[in-house]
Design a protein around this ligand. Structure first.
Ligand SMILES: NC(=O)c1ccc[n+]([C@@H]2O[C@H](COP(=O)([O-])OP(=O)(O)OC[C@H]3O[C@@H](n4cnc5c(N)ncnc54)[C@H](O)[C@@H]3O)[C@@H](O)[C@H]2O)c1
Ligand SMILES: O=c1ccn([C@@H]2O[C@H](COP(=O)(O)OP(=O)(O)O[C@H]3O[C@H](CO)[C@H](O)[C@H](O)[C@H]3O)[C@@H](O)[C@H]2O)c(=O)[nH]1
Length: 344
C-alpha cells in the first residue's frame, strides 16, 4: 500500500518490537508504510515468533542499554530515521517491590538509547507512555494536560522519561511524541499474534483463560469503588488502534508537528463486571467471577480524553466496542492457548 509516512522516513527502528504492542506496530508499519522496519529487542518478555517474515523487517537481538552494541549494530549499520520505543518492564506490583530494576530498564535504558540517537542525529522519537502517569486522576475523562502524580514506580519511570524528552527537545531539537496508552487489549484480526505476558496480570487475558478452562474463575479486585457497579472502570483500547496512532504520530512529527504528549483511549469506560459480561457473551462460557479484596494502587476510574490525538494527529479508531475487541483477543487465545510457546 502507498506509504502514509513522508518519503524521507525510510528506516524505522522499533525497540521492543517483539513485545505485545510493539509487534502489532511492526505489523501495521509493514501494512501502512513503505518503510523498512528494524526491530531491536532482547526477548526478555518478547517473542521472536511475532516477527513478520519480510524483506522489509530486520531483527536485531540486543539490549537498548548496551550503548556500544546499539551504536555498532544498529545506528552505525543502518541510517535510522525514526525510533519507536516500546521497551519497558511493565508489572506495577514488581515496580513497587523492586523500583531500582524499573529505573534501570525504563529510565537508564531509554537514556542510553537517546544518547546513541543523539550521536547519530536521529530526529524523531515515539515513546510508549501510560495512563499510570496520572496516578489517581481528579477528572474524567482525563485530559493530557491533567496533573501527573504517579502512585507507583512504574508510572514514575514513564513520567521521568516524558520529562527527559522535553528537555532533549529543547536542547537538541529532538522531536518526540509521548503516547499515553490506557488499557491495551485485543489482537490482530488476521495474523497470529496477540497478548502474551508471563505471568499474565491483565484482565482480559485472565478472563479468557477461564473460558479456556485454564483457571476456575476470575477474581474481581474490589466491588466497593465509586463506580456504577462498584468495580473499577477502565478504558480498553485495541492494540491495532494503538499501533496506528504511532504511525500517525510519526507522520505528524515528520511533517513539522511540534513535540507533544497525547492520551490514547476509546473515551469509553467499562467496569470489570462489564468486561466479564462481554467475555461471557463472546465466548459463550459462564466465566465464574469471585469478588476479592482490592488490589493495591487501583484508581476507581481511568478514562482517556483522546480528542487531542484525534484532532492533532488525525487518529481514528477501528474498534469501538468492548465485544469487538474481545472477539479478536478470543480468536488469538483459542488458537494459542499456551501463548507463543506452541505457536507456529
Ligand atoms: N500493555 C499495556 O496495557 C500498556 C499500557 C500502557 C503502556 N504500556 C507500555 O507499552 C510498552 C509495551 O508494552 P507491552 O504490553 O507490549 O509489553 P511487552 O513486555 O510485551 O513488550 C516489551 C518489549 O520490550 C522488550 N524489552 C524490554 N526491555 C528491553 C531492553 N532493555 N532492551 C531490549 N528489549 C527490551 C521485551 O523483550 C518486549 O519484547 C511498554 O513500554 C509499556 O510500559 C503498555
Ligand atoms: O484478575 C484481575 C485482573 C485485573 N482486574 C482489574 O481489572 C482492571 C484492569 O486491570 P489490568 O491489570 O488489566 O490493567 P491496569 O488498569 O491495572 O493497568 C494497565 O494500564 C495501566 C494504564 O492505565 C498501565 O499502563 C499498565 O501497564 C497496564 O497494565 C483493574 O481494575 C484491575 O483491578 C481484576 O479485577 N482481576
Amino acid at each position: 500500500m502507498a506509504s502514509s509516512l513522508p518519503r524521507e522516513v525510510k528506516n524505522v527502528l522499533v525497540c521492543g518490537g517483539a513485545g505485545y504492542i510493539g509487534s502489532h506496530t511492526v505489523l501495521e508499519l509493514t501494512r501502512q508504510s513503505d518503510s523498512t522496519v528494524y526491530i531491536l529487542d532482547n526477548l526478555s518478555t518478547g517473542y521472536e515468533k511475532t516477527i513478520p517474515k519480510s524483506d522489509r523487517v530486520v531483527f536485531i537481538n540486543g539490549d537498548v542499554s548496551d550503548v556500544d552494541f546499539v551504536d555498532r549494530e544498529v545506528f552505525s549499520k543502518y541510517k535510522i530515521d525514526a525510533v519507536m520505543h516500546f521497551c519497558a518492564l511493565i508489572v506495577v506490583p514488581e515496580s513497587v517491590t523492586n523500583p531500582l530494576k524499573y529505573y534501570d530498564n525504563n529510565v537508564v535504558g531509554t537514556l542510553r538509547l537517546l544518547q546513541v540517537m543523539q550521536k547519530h542525529e536521529v530526529p524523531y522519537f515515539i515513546f510508549s507512555s501510560t495512563a499510570a502517569v496520572f496516578g489517581i486522576p481528579e477528572t474524567s475523562p482525563i485530559d493530557p494536560s491533567a496533573a501527573t502524580v504517579p502512585i507507583n514506580p512504574y508510572g514514575e519511570t514513564k513520567l521521568v522519561v516524558e520529562r527527559m524528552l522535553r528537555w532533549c527537545s529543547e536542547a537538541y531539537g529532538l522531536k518526540f511524541a509521548s503516547l499515553r496508552y490506557f488499557n491495551a487489549c485485543g489482537a490482530d484480526k488476521e495474523i497470529n499474534i496477540g497478548e502474551c505476558h508471563k505471568p499474565e496480570s491483565h484482565l482480559i487475558p485472565i478472563i479468557l483463560q477461564v473460558a479456556l478452562g485454564q483457571r476456575e474463575n476470575v477474581q474481581v479486585f474490589g466491588d466497593d469503588y465509586n463506580t456504577v457497579d462498584g468495580t473499577c472502570v477502565r478504558d480498553y483500547i485495541h492494540v491495532t488502534d494503538l499501533a496506528t496512532a504511532h504511525i500517525r504520530a510519526l507522520e505528524y512529527l515528520a511533517k513539522g508537528g511540534k513535540s507533544d504528549v497525547f492520551n490514547l483511549g476509546s473515551g469509553l469506560g467499562y467496569t470489570v463486571k462489564e468486561v466479564v459480561d462481554a467475555c461471557r457473551k463472546v465466548t459463550g462460557h459462564p466465566i465464574p467471577a469471585v469478588v476479592s479484596p482490592r488490589r493495591g494502587g487501583d484508581p476507581d476510574s481511568l478514562v482517556a480524553g483522546s480528542k487531542k490525538a484525534e484532532e492533532v494527529l488525525g487518529w481514528t479508531r477501528k474498534y469501538d466496542s468492548i465485544e469487538k475487541i474481545v472477539e479478536t483477543a478470543w480468536r488469538w487465545h483459542k488458537n494459542n492457548p499456551h501463548g507463543f510457546d506452541h505457536a507456529h
